[in-house]
Design a protein around this ligand. Structure first.
Ligand code: XMP
Length: 513
């Protein structure tokens, strides 16, 4: 693998992505990782990332300079170059002039294998304040801008560094540079493929779980389904998957998910229809946070009941909980400062492991979402699971403003079904992060035939997003909007007006509650 030490740059995860796109495994560790933690990954090379600090800051990340003594091929990027310079006897100066954005770099040492297959003039992305002005002993200049050091190297010690960001798209030949480092200098093999991942993960789960049993809460979405299929491959029906109808699923979803997971994927699935119990707890609740908490609490109770039936008391089997945690949930790369830093696990089934003493299996915790889809495809999973748009845990409840009643759930299920069907028909479903309907508590006057109507308003929302953190509203084609609107008003009695939400995030959120 290639280990990346994170000094807090917003681009650190991109470095890992770029390397993994070459089918080489790469992992990000906080820059404070111990030498043992680094070596546990059996690295073929090390990358020191960029970061927001100056080597002179009192709160500069306290990384152990011994990482430079490991003898591993090492690449410093931005702050990484300054870190190397500072700790190996060169000099870094604070500069008032911040170099940010596009820059032109001249390669001085064209023989350097790091720059193989690259031109002598590079257009790169810079983002730094401090600069190296004296190189450490044994290092030579490999690239420069008009007024600053842009690259240094000490091939004997196998240390290279660049001041610019090769991982950023704007650095035109950046991918080549990273490829040169990984293959020419670290001699990595391109064997990080879905097949390889599946084989090693399944073997590792089998060994870890032994004769134990595992349980998994399924939502029908990508992450939990792929995680479940991997664990099922390892331990078969000793994995029980629990799928709960919380009364706020989409139209026919309770049956579709069972069909997909049980019939098509062969999972050992317990489907619990708890819709009545959820809806009665939701009666009279209008506050968004109370809705979320009510659903969360109820879910834990239902799941708890199932788990205690599966893990019978008195047996000494070890009980495992499978979760579809992804890599972006695990690493909080911006928090490298201070002792409270770094790893944060999102426990989707919050609170459960505490009292049940379940041990966690998180087979996807090293993966990005698109990698999970690749794995899913390799596992032969159906595309309606793999391409499904994200759907919130509290389901339609956070898309029904005001009280959640069975009647209003039924109205929104119909509207949502029309939106999804028409977006799919228009070939837009996979290009859009989320597209859905929201039921508003607003009633207005309308006319149908000779009848006056007084009914609810439905809002349509469609957004593009990379990760759900920010989002842009999608300018859906008028034809699609027109079809959605006329179908909803004509086919659903109870809704007589459709509006389109043209708010991005921020300042709006994706969901309305
Ligand atoms: P917001 O509305 O905060 O949503 O812009 C960002 C992303 O998170 C999803 N979301 C949730 N997912 N439980 C979930 O599992 C929740 O309570 C929840 N609230 C929002 C939302 O669909 C969007 O993708």
């Amino acid at each position: 693998s290639i280990v990346i030490l994170d000094f807090g740059s917003q681009y650190t995860q991109l470095i890992a992505r770029r390397i993994r796109e070459q089918n080489v495994f790469s992992v990000v560790l906080p820059c404070t990782a111990s030498i043992e933690e680094i070596q546990a990954y059996k690295p073929l090379g090390l990358i020191l990332s960029g970061g927001p600090c100056s080597v002179y800051d009192a709160d500069a990340p306290p990384a152990d300079p011994k990482v430079l003594e490991l003898g591993l091929p090492t690449l410093g990027i931005c702050y990484g170059l300054q870190y190397i310079t500072h700790h190996l006897g060169g000099k870094v100066v604070k500069s008032d002039k911040h170099e940010y954005g596009h820059a032109e770099v001249s390669v001085v040492d064209q023989e350097l294998p790091l720059f193989a297959d690259m031109t002598a003039d590079l257009t790169v992305w810079m983002s730094h304040g401090d600069s190296a002005i004296e190189l450490p002993p044994g290092f030579h200049l490999t690239a420069k801008t008009d007024n600053a050091v842009a690259g240094i190297a000490n091939p004997e010690r196998r240390i290279w560094a660049v001041q610019f960001h090769p991982e950023v798209h704007h650095t035109r030949q950046g991918a080549t540079l990273l490829r040169n480092f990984v293959f020419n200098l670290c001699h990595a093999k391109a064997d990080w493929t879905p097949k390889h991942f599946i084989e090693t993960t399944v073997a590792a789960i089998r060994e870890k779980v032994g004769n134990g049993r595992a349980i998994c809460a399924l939502s029908g979405g990508v992450d939990s389904s792929v995680a479940a299929v991997l664990v099922h491959k390892a331990i078969g029906d000793r994995l029980t998957c629990v799928f709960v109808d919380n009364g706020v699923l989409r139209k026919n979803e309770f049956f579709k998910v069972q069909e997909n997971l049980r019939s098509k994927l062969g999972l050992n699935l317990v489907a619990v229809d708890a819709s009545g119990r959820f809806l009665s707890k939701l009666a009279g609740v209008t506050d968004p946070e109370t809705k979320r908490k009510t659903i969360g609490r109820e879910f834990i109770e239902v799941f708890d009941d199932e788990a205690s039936r599966i893990f019978k008391e008195g047996t000494d089997e070890v009980a495992w909980l499978v979760q579809g945690t992804l890599y972006p949930d695990v690493i909080e790369s911006s928090s490298v400062k201070g002792p409270s830093q770094t790893i944060k696990s999102h426990h989707n089934v919050g609170g459960l492991p505490e009292d049940m003493k379940l041990k966690l299996i998180e087979p996807l915790r090293d993966l990005f979402k698109d990698e999970v889809r690749r794995i899913g495809r390799d596992l032969g999973m159906p595309s309606d699971i793999l391409e499904r748009q994200p759907f919130p845990g509290p389901g339609l409840a956070v898309r029904i403003l005001g009280e959640v009643t069975p009647e209003r759930v039924a109205l929104l299920q119909e509207a949502d079904d029309i939106v999804v069907t028409e977006i799919k028909k228009a070939g837009l479903y996979q290009q859009i992060w989320q597209s859905f309907a929201v039921l508003l508590p607003v009633k207005s006057v309308g006319v149908m035939g000779d009848q006056r109507t007084y009914a609810y308003t439905c809002a349509i929302r469609a957004v593009h997003s990379e990760d759900g953190m920010t989002a842009d509203w999608v300018p859906l084609p008028y034809e699609v909007l027109k079809t959605i609107s006329s179908r909803i008003v004509n086919e659903i009695s109870g809704i007589n007006r459709v509006v389109y939400d043209i708010t991005s995030k921020p300042p709006g959120t994706i969901e309305w509650e």
